[in-house]
Design a protein around this ligand. Structure first.
Ligand code: ADP
Length: 506
């Protein structure tokens, strides 16, 4: 049965600084690639707006100019600033994407935020103010694309924080036939876009807005702060993180403002792309398998043990890590407890790169316990699939984790996640406490406080359960049938869009 289509279509301008496969530095790129098609399937009409990096201009097909050249963008009046043009093209998957083609701002090689010296580009404020200015321009009387007026402007992270500020503070420039709803999504609150107060006029912001009830943030102009203050609605990437960022421990300074906006703030989990992450179809793994028949997983484990030079013991619980090696991922705790895990007969496979001290720590562990610990320093997409398939237990002991994806992949591969109870990890994994084991709802293991005692205790519980193959097997099957696809999250975003979109009255 088909549901009747909404009478008015929901037009969403999805403004993002990154989108896989054209430009990616983190999870935001994956969300920007997967969520818009899911929203389109849910009945929306989503178009992207991206900065005109070389990789974006080269990666879009059928690129054509839209409207007149843009003359008043922040930053394009600099010496050498060629006029900017809005263009539209298609992403490799067919989604329509506007691109702000402003060579003075974006025609630079390499990382989107960092220059060749590894430091932030000195004009990052103007570069992303221009993107936000362009987005706001879709709402103006002389709308940037006269044939397509969005109902909702949906921005992501600090780079788009000024969109709702421009709509609110510059009605002279951006008031139009109707005001689109505004949504800002926080993917990681630690990145805030804080710039000098002297930039106010360069950014096209009225000086009167430099106050606590405005864009001021710790003495400067705060882009994410502006987004949190002026957006109609705020979202972040898991319900638990939505609560956590209202506290001093996780709020990075924005907790006070977010607490006052609690009514406007929702946590919506990220989804998994099961076309890529499914052991029944995964081309990278040694044998394919599913919840009904886990036989192939034994072959994947043997393959992984061989790859890492570990003892070929089917009965040794094999724990795995695939992660950036940074402090907030909590992997120092794994280093501290590893010898205990090995003493219990466990094995460990690690793939990651990042902080030199953590890289060295894992390398040393592998030299001390060559038959029990295998370590690969680097980034290897194919190997990450083989680890998901071959391991028994997947470790994510993060100190903070807005959503986290690897624990959701692990569920699908029947690799039971052992996680710290924070952010999206708390929302996606059901701890194997006695009640949850008995009623068969458990999908993994949680510990609460980020210390080595609690992690070790959780590993001990996992090792004990692993020795009861029937129970372990039942838990694997339950884990593998959990659905964390994009369909559910897309419906939640649709509901939010309906709440903020302007209502047309006859
Ligand atoms: P974060 O965005 O904080 O890094 P997530 O769990 O949300 O954490 O996403 C991490 C993504 O990067 C996952 O897809 C994971 O498989 C991948 N990944 C991380 N490190 C590596 C690595 N060394 N090799 C391959 N993939 C990796």
């Amino acid at each position: 049965k088909k549901k009747p289509k909404d009478p008015a279509s929901m037009r969403v301008l999805f403004v993002t600084p990154e989108c896989y496969p054209l430009v990616k530095t983190g999870g935001l790129a994956d969300v920007s690639a997967a969520l818009p098609p899911a929203l389109n399937r849910a009945g929306a009409e989503v178009r992207l707006l991206l900065p005109g990096y070389p990789a974006v201009l080269n990666g879009l097909s059928d690129l054509q100019p839209v409207g007149k050249p843009l003359t008043d963008l922040p930053g394009t009046d600099l010496p050498g600033g060629a006029p900017a043009t809005l263009r539209i093209g298609r992403m490799p998957d067919g989604v329509l994407a506007y691109v702000l083609d402003a060579p003075a701002l974006y025609d630079r090689p390499g990382n989107p935020y960092l220059g060749p010296d590894g430091k932030d580009w000195p004009d990052n404020a103007e570069r992303f103010a221009a993107l936000s200015w362009c987005a706001a321009g879709f709402a103006a009387e002389d709308g940037l694309d006269p044939w397509w007026r969005p109902d909702v402007l949906h921005g992501h992270d600090w780079q788009t924080g000024l969109i709702p500020a421009y709509l609110e503070l510059r009605p002279d420039r951006f008031a139009g036939p109707f005001r689109p709803g505004t949504v800002t999504t926080i993917h990681n609150i630690a990145y805030q876009g804080l710039f000098g107060a002297w930039m106010m006029s360069d950014l096209g912001l009225p000086s009167a807005a430099f106050r606590i009830d405005g864009v001021e943030y710790y003495g400067g102009v705060g882009f994410l702060k502006a987004g949190c203050f002026y957006s109609d609605r705020l979202t972040t990437v898991s319900p638990t993180y939505a609560h956590e960022i209202q506290t001093a421990e996780h709020g990075s300074g924005l907790e006070g403002l977010l607490a006052t906006r609690a009514e406007a703030l929702t946590g919506i989990l990220n989804g998994v792309d099961y076309d890529i992450w499914d052991p029944a179809t995964d081309p990278h793994i040694a044998a394919r398998y599913g919840a009904a028949d886990l036989g192939g997983k034994d072959l994947c484990k043997a393959d992984l043990q061989a790859t890492f030079g570990l003892d070929r013991r089917a009965d040794a619980p094999l724990a795995a890590v695939v992660s950036r090696l940074t402090g907030h991922k909590g992997l120092d705790l794994v280093l501290e407890t590893a010898s205990q895990w090995i003493a219990w007969g466990g094995q460990l496979a690690v793939l990651g790169s990042g902080e030199p001290a953590l890289e060295a720590g894992f390398r040393h562990l592998a030299t001390w316990y060559p038959k029990s610990v295998g370590v690969r320093i680097g980034y290897d997409e194919a190997l990450s699939h083989r680890i998901q398939a071959g391991a028994d237990l997947f470790l994510v002991p993060s100190r903070s984790e807005p959503c986290g994806l690897t624990q959701m992949y692990a569920l699908k591969y029947g690799t039971l996640p052992l996680v710290r109870r924070t952010g999206g990890l708390a929302d996606t994994i059901v701890d194997a406490n006695p009640a949850a084991v008995n009623d068969a709802s458990a999908t993994g293991f949680q510990f609460v406080n980020a210390n080595v005692q609690e992690l070790t205790w959780a590993l001990r519980r996992a090792a004990a359960l692993y020795r009861k193959p029937e129970r372990w097997h039942a838990m694997q099957q339950h884990a593998m049938t959990r659905d964390f696809g994009w369909h559910g999250p897309a419906e939640e975003y649709m509901e939010l869009y309906r709440a903020v979109a302007p209502v047309l009255v006859a």
